[in-house]
Design a protein around this ligand. Sequence first.
Ligand code: CUA
Length: 412
Amino acid sequence: MDEQRHNRQEGSASKRGIAKLLSFGALSLFAMLVLSACGPDGEKPYSTVSPASTQADDIHSLYKLVFWLSLVVFVGVQFAIVYLSLRYRRKKSDTKRPPQVHGHKQLELVWTIIPAVVLLILLVPTLNILFDHDAQAREGTLQVDVYGKQWWWEFHLGEDQVQDGASLDVVTANEIVIPVNRNTVFNLRSNNVIHSFWVPQLGGKLDVIPGHVNSFAITPTRTGEFYGECAEFCGAQHAWMRFKITVVEEDEFYAWVNNWRTSPAVSANQQEEGSGVIQAPQKFSVCLSCHTYNGAENSKALTGINAYANYGPDLTMLACRETFAAGMMEMTPENLKQWLLDPDSIKPGNYMSTMIGPGMAVEFTEEEADEFVEFFFSMIPEGGCMSPDGWNVSTGDAPAATPESTEATPAA
Ligand code: CUA
């Protein structure tokens, strides 16, 4: 009587176990479907499963291969567990222990060979893609030098095969434009700590190591804005070391390059007639000890302390950027003013705040900060700023000059 009750209890316990297993499985499947349906592309810029370059696509194909192989193994193992536990469960009539197996050559061979075959299926395409990408990093038609800073990125657009190998000589910070369907090589450099360059939809992540140049290629397959992050802990503001790569058609790319080159080239002392640029504030020379901009005559930035490229971000087309402080602040006159008054309150630990801010060597007054903002917003190139939607006459609520032309003027 006792034994029967015992068996009944055991039977219902195993049924409860199976029911739990099934409901857990259903829940996981549901969660997977819900998560995979999260918003359109634009709303998940850090997605690793919507590749936009041939390289990211290659890596994605490996990801899919691993996923499907894992799924087959997972379903196979789960099925075997459920089937074997039901098929060989203890029956009421069983009174003896089943035969115990110790060592089984065939079985052991099978479960060694199957994983070896699975790993081989993964190894061959992985090696193939590794060597392919390595070759592409040496065959770029456009070179971009990337300097990892604490805590922002500097981009130098260099050698361009379309221009017979001449350098484009464009320097910018945190936001860069590259042409679609061109093999652009990013050469990663650092003179401080290790960073990691990662644009989930385009490529990376690749370490940025002091004393060593790491290169990799990105061949974008569609236009759009792609967001990147530093993916290696590098100090206080590691989380705010973001950047953006805007991919555009080739003619728009050269228009952007020309836009940069024709941006007002003024010195602190003289403004070009009719450039729309207002007189630089008196204290602008303070900025020029770390920063420079296109055409700057008296910047010490290139030979500044700790110099490896520029010490502070290049200020050319500053007001045309969508954000500043490496993706932290939206570029508006109000935010820029706030930054100039007290950068440490916005991005604690940044190097500018060792010089500028309340109680530091240089402290701007409200009026001076206003002057700076107006000056930077007046330094928008003729023709306006370029945005992914085309050309803008101005950025934000520019308080100063807004060039009249809204026409795109692509030129090579
Ligand atoms: Cu640079 Cu983290």
